[in-house]
Design a protein around this ligand. Structure first.
Ligand code: ZN
Length: 173
């Protein structure tokens, strides 16, 4: 059974690799930067809701409560086959969403034009909080490169190839 657990751990690590689907791009919180969302923002008078615009970049799509609710359902909810493939895939998608918010919490300056603060909204689309480091700066690039070996290590640790925390394999043990 130990080898099965290791195999499952590897799969789990690989599944978390798929978190990149929701970590960046159209299916991530940055969906608010793509054409369909921008067009909807232009034709929706969301300024009327006050406290900035909910559909602005780093607005409602970047609220932590969405992945928190999804995480709560996955961990505490009455979901079928917890630990199964579908559940692992859903976990990876939620993990990707969280990872995006974490990145934006650190990198992303305030927008003086709209009055939006740095980071991500604490409340649905206002009261932003963040470190406010520059996006696209040297520190962000260095961080991105440094994360590559960390990701490899997490997958290798999940597979039991190297020592380290087993992100999901530990759960399945
Ligand atoms: Zn973002």
């Amino acid at each position: 059974m130990g080898s099965t657990h290791r195999a499952l751990g590897f799969v789990a690590g690989a599944a978390f690799g798929s978190a990149t689907v929701t970590a960046a791009g159209r299916l991530s919180p940055d969906a608010d930067q793509y054409r369909g969302w921008r067009l909807a923002d232009r034709v929706t008078p969301d300024e009327l809701l006050g406290r900035g615009r909910p559909m602005q970049h780093r607005g409602i799509t970047h609220w932590w409560a969405w992945p928190a609710a999804a995480s709560a359902v996955l961990v505490l909810g009455d979901v079928p086959e917890r630990g199964g493939w579908v559940w692992l895939l859903l976990c990876s998608l939620v993990a990707g969403w969280w990872s995006h918010l974490l990145g934006d919490l650190v990198f992303g300056r305030a927008d003086g034009f709209s009055g939006r603060g740095p980071g991500v909204p604490v409340l649905p689309w206002w009261a932003h909080l963040g470190v406010g480091l520059r996006c696209g700066g040297l520190l962000e690039r260095v961080t991105g490169v440094a994360l590559v070996p960390l990701g490899v290590w997490v997958v290798a640790a999940s597979a039991g190839v190297v020592a380290g925390p087993t992100v999901v394999a530990g759960w399945s043990a």
